[in-house]
Design a protein around this ligand. Structure first.
Ligand code: NAD
Ligand code: DAU
Length: 341
């Protein structure tokens, strides 16, 4: 296979490229990424000279640039991915997540190639009870989720109208190495390491289903090879937890790793004003992918969190560069006032 992987310099995309190059060393990989604040070539430092790997700095909205690239399959990770940023300014989300997907769909139509579109469980919205299946109603609540749901609808329309070979995946919350520290789990680890307040939105009773990023990558690999074009696959770890419990668990593990007092770290927990439109619970039913192609997660939460904390402890230079740059301004704008209360 010659894969065009978009957004490969981000969190999941870089883990996916690493996974593909080690499990399919004969594959070609072109990583197309326009390096937004979330795109970081340091995520790929250890594999940048691998045979078969090429990086192109470019925008998925740029159809002319897409035309020049050689590939036989597209895996689309490129997106604006952070809910809080979509509340501050939705425009980049509409551009990349909708128009970018449209440009890729046009390219897939022309090339008659397989298009695997990486979507999210957020498109289903929130539910207090039960689990969303692949044919559940889409009820996105944030501008981010609405932009992803719009892209899913476009993919569906190209399958129906233009008969393109496309697959949609909808995964739950990922965590693991190289995650940008605006997301809950790396934020908690780094704020604990730096003894900074840990912001808990609202009452902290919101529920997420956490999956280790490499398990998500393996699921996409399985679908890429054995998934059925035209189908949608939920990907989840059946690992639901309330945010406040997740945070306490991470603090307990971080205290153990750093040999510091757990009480000191839990003292950093600070309840702040809730996120607008905050989804109470994401819950998907992953039975379809578990049955066929037969994927199941391999890393439990305890093991995954331990690996993740160890990674952030051993990769200080990686995150120090991030927290001293553009992210610092965002963090101050986002939390400066809220943390004073
Ligand atoms: P991320 O924000 O870490 O990475 C996104 C990458 O896309 C960055 O490298 C960025 O530079 C690139 N990008 C953005 N706009 C682009 C454009 N116009 N052209 C080319 N590249 C562009 O995101 P992530 O957490 O790795 O998520 C990857 C995908 O997985 C997204 O589509 C997201 O919706 C989906 N997803 C994420 C999660 C999660 O928990 N993080 C869960 C389910 C699905
Ligand atoms: O479910 C999949 C989605 O998971 C992906 O599509 C998104 O790209 C990804 O960002 C993630 O969305 P969430 O909004 O669930 O993730 P986030 O890490 O931002 O927040 C997780 C939960 O923690 C959520 O309920 C909000 C809460 N939270 C988050 C932050 C950053 C806090 O309480 N405090 C915080 O500081």
């Amino acid at each position: 296979m010659k894969l065009l992987i978009t957004g490969g310099a981000g969190f999941i995309g870089s883990n996916f490229i690493r996974h593909i190059l080690s499990s399919h060393p004969d594959y070609g990989v072109v990583n197309l990424d326009n390096l937004t604040y979330a795109g970081n070539l340091e995520n790929l430092k250890d594999i940048e000279t691998s045979p078969g790997y090429t990086f192109i700095k470019g925008d998925i909205c740029d159809r002319k640039a897409l035309e020049k690239i050689e590939f036989d399959t597209i895996v689309n990770f490129a997106a604006e991915s952070h809910v809080d940023r979509s509340i501050l300014d939705a425009q980049p989300f509409l551009r990349t997540n909708i128009l970018g997907t449209y440009a890729l769909l046009e390219t897939a139509k022309k090339r008659e190639c397989l298009f695997l579109h990486v979507s999210t469980d957020e498109v289903y919205g929130s539910t207090e009870k039960g689990f969303f299946k692949e044919d559940s109603l889409l009820q996105p609540n944030s501008p981010y989720a609405a932009s992803k749901a719009s892209a899913d609808m476009l993919v569906r329309s190209y399958i129906e109208t233009h008969k393109i070979k496309a697959i949609i995946t909808r995964c739950s919350n990922n965590y693991g190495p190289y995650q940008f520290p605006e997301k809950l789990i790396p934020l908690v680890i780094l704020n604990a390491m730096n003894k900074k307040p840990i912001p808990v939105y609202g009452d902290g009773m919101q529920v997420r289903d956490w999956i280790y990023v490499v398990d998500h990558c393996k699921a996409i690999d399985a679908i890429l090879h054995s998934g059925i074009p035209g189908e949608i696959y939920n990907i989840g770890a059946r690992n639901e937890e309330k945010n406040i419990e997740t945070i306490k668990f991470i603090l307990n593990k971080t205290a153990e790793k750093l040999n510091i007092s757990e009480k000191e770290l839990t003292g950093l927990i600070t309840f702040v004003k809730d996120r607008s439109g905050h989804d109470r619970r994401y819950a998907i039913d992953p039975s379809k992918i578990e049955q066929e192609p037969g994927w199941k997660p391999e890393i439990n939460f305890d093991e995954g969190i331990t690996r993740t904390i160890e990674w952030y402890i051993s990769n200080k230079t990686w995150w120090q560069r991030i927290i001293s740059g553009e992210y610092k301004q965002y963090y101050e704008a986002q939390y400066g006032e809220r943390l004073k209360t």
